[in-house]
Design a protein around this ligand. Structure first.
Ligand code: NAG
Ligand code: NAG
Ligand code: CA
Ligand code: CA
Length: 273
């Protein structure tokens, strides 16, 4: 460094020397004055030189280092809607859905045209049974009124239901009557006429020998006394089990088995006031 500065001073001294030579050789007058000073000093500063021509374009600089990463840009505008894609294949059948909750109950229905008998059905059912019983009773009364026969003392009624002797006996008894007991010819005639006019072949009458074989009694337990109307050859008790008596349409009597079922005749006493 010092060495360079030294060189520079040498160059400066050399320059002064050359200026002195110039004063002596070319420019006498002004130079004489200037140079007459005998002082080797630099002249005044010259005018500024012309502006130099524009320099040539410099060489392209080196590629600079990579810049820092820029900030994230704003979201771009939404693109245009794409074209509709092709129809895909048919999908698999879906699983069965859960059962839906039950809907609201419907409105109340209109009043029935005739009646809503639903809730009375049970009662009606019971009524039917009662009515059936009533019908049975009414049928009995009706038939009695329609088909009854009478004498001065009694009413006679043929019950057209097939029953054994015991059932027939009870049937008459619970109606305040008794199986018909023809105790004389007149009574027997009325009953037999009734049976034949009804188109019947035989009916039970209230005569039996259940208590003692061969000793026939009426249903009221009175013994046969002055009257009987046995068919010829009867009673013969063929099987040893003929302890009840039937009246044939002819009015004749025949002993027969008590468990057989047939129609029968009830009698009701006329009550005098
Ligand atoms: C049966 O006849 C006798 C006389 O023949 C008579 O005294 C009696 O009262 C009669 N009995 C009946 C129930 O009619
Ligand atoms: C009389 O009763 C017997 C025994 O039940 C019977 O076999 C016979 O046929 C009866 N007689 C008449 C005429 O019905
Ligand atoms: Ca007998
Ligand atoms: Ca017999």
């Amino acid at each position: 460094m010092k060495k360079q500065l030294w060189k520079h001073e040498s160059f400066f001294l050399l320059l002064i020397f050359q200026v002195q030579i110039f004063c002596l050789e070319d420019d006498n007058q002004p130079a004489a004055e200037i140079c007459s000073t005998h002082t080797i000093l630099p002249g005044p500063k010259g005018d500024d030189g012309k502006k130099g021509d524009q320099g040539e374009m410099g060489k392209q600089g080196k590629v600079g280092p990579a810049g820092t990463k820029g900030d994230k840009g704003e979201i771009g505008d939404m693109g245009d809607q794409g074209m509709m894609g092709k129809i895909g294949p048919i999908g698999r059948k879906g699983d069965k859905g859960l059962k839906g909750s039950s809907g609201l109950s419907g409105g109340k229905g209109k009043a029935g045209a005739v009646c809503d008998c639903g809730k009375y059905r049970k009662v009606v059912g019971q009524l039917d049974i009662n009515v059936a019983r009533l019908k049975s009773s009414i049928k009995f009364v009706k038939n009695v009124l329609a088909g009854i026969r009478e004498t001065e003392e009694k009413y006679y009624y043929i019950v057209q239901e097939e029953k054994s002797y015991k059932e027939a006996f009870t049937h008459c008894r619970i109606r305040d009557g008794i199986l018909a007991m023809p105790k004389d010819e007149a009574a027997n005639a009325v009953i037999s006429d009734y049976v034949s006019k009804s188109g019947l072949f035989r009916v039970f009458i209230g005569v039996n020998d259940m208590e003692k074989e061969g000793q026939f009694m009426y249903a009221d337990r009175t013994p046969l006394q002055n009257y009987s109307n046995w068919k010829e050859g009867e009673p013969q008790d063929t099987s040893g089990q003929e302890d009840c008596v039937e009246m044939l349409s002819t009015g004749k009597w025949n002993d027969t088995e008590c468990h057989l079922t047939m129609y029968f005749v009830c009698e009701f006493p006329k009550r005098r006031e």
